[in-house]
Design a protein around this ligand. Sequence first.
Ligand code: 13P
Ligand code: SF4
Length: 344
Amino acid sequence: MDASTTDKITAIRRSRGDSLAILAHHYQCDAVVAHADILGDSLELSRKVAGLSARDIVFCGVFFMAETAAMLAGPGQRVHIPAPDAACVMSEMAPAALAATVLGRLRATGRDVLPLTYVNSSAAVKAVVGACGGSVCTSANAAKMLRWALDQGRGVLFLPDKMLGQNTCDALGVPADKRHILDIRAGGAQLDLAAAAGAEVLLWPGQCVIHSRFKARDIAAVRAAHPGARVVVHPECAPETVQAADAAGSTSFIIKYVAEAPAGAEIFIGTEINLVSRLARRYQGEKAIRPLCLSGCSNMAKGTEENLLAALASLDTAAPVTVPEDVRGPATAAVEKMLEVSAR
Ligand code: 13P
Ligand code: SF4
């Protein structure tokens, strides 16, 4: 950590006082996390933004997170992101125009399919979803939100993460023959509408390349070499990986799982390496925390202390993150529906 960069950030935070709030996702590096007023998973950070009074909100994470924060920010509040080019690769697997086309083709069959998008999606996708009365979920509330969507009785389009979709279907007991992974190639022209008609949950074929690296065979190897060790993974991992693990949940769930494990526990974690390394350091000498394998999110890694300082130094001059007016309304409605349903 560069002491002068650290000191400059500390000085700006001190001078700005309550008019500045720095939010960071658990996958940010320690140098950035050290400056965060609020550290959390996607759901916690969305909830917190809605209640903040700071004029400037600096969001250390990937772009969809800052964009969601910009939607939830109040009048006069400005959201900044130190690394605007930090895109979530999974969110880019569902372009808004294609999502609208696919949803339109599914609905043209006469079935009023309800879309539910993972928060790891663009504001434009959230707007497509919100315009149809659909909503958003995070990994922390996916089961509750999919239950809500299924209860509308119309069939659900879950996007963009087929892994989280499948794992949530497993958790809710949606049978495998009632799920259908969509073929979105050729601009949606290759959809199998007959197969889609027979399914309750239609899954967009996106996934997180970082979490796809954790395999069930890695867990089998851990169990053979470390009898008694526990394994906890993020639900963006493949269903076979989640099924082989002892537990699966959001980044906050993983942190709680480790905190609640007894002293002496050995725990292998299947999620982004910054979080695993932080937990390993925090519990050093008390619990053995190890990565299931090394997997880092290169976009989360774009958040550095240097670009945090640059963002803080230009709070009054840089353009904040904005969401076009026609997108903002329906996209915010979809997110606010999530906040309302998940608080029930
Ligand atoms: P959480 O909502 O669990 O923090 O996860 C966000 C994410 O991008 C995981 O890859
Ligand atoms: Fe997106 Fe995966 Fe990175 Fe999370 S870990 S931000 S889902 S690419």
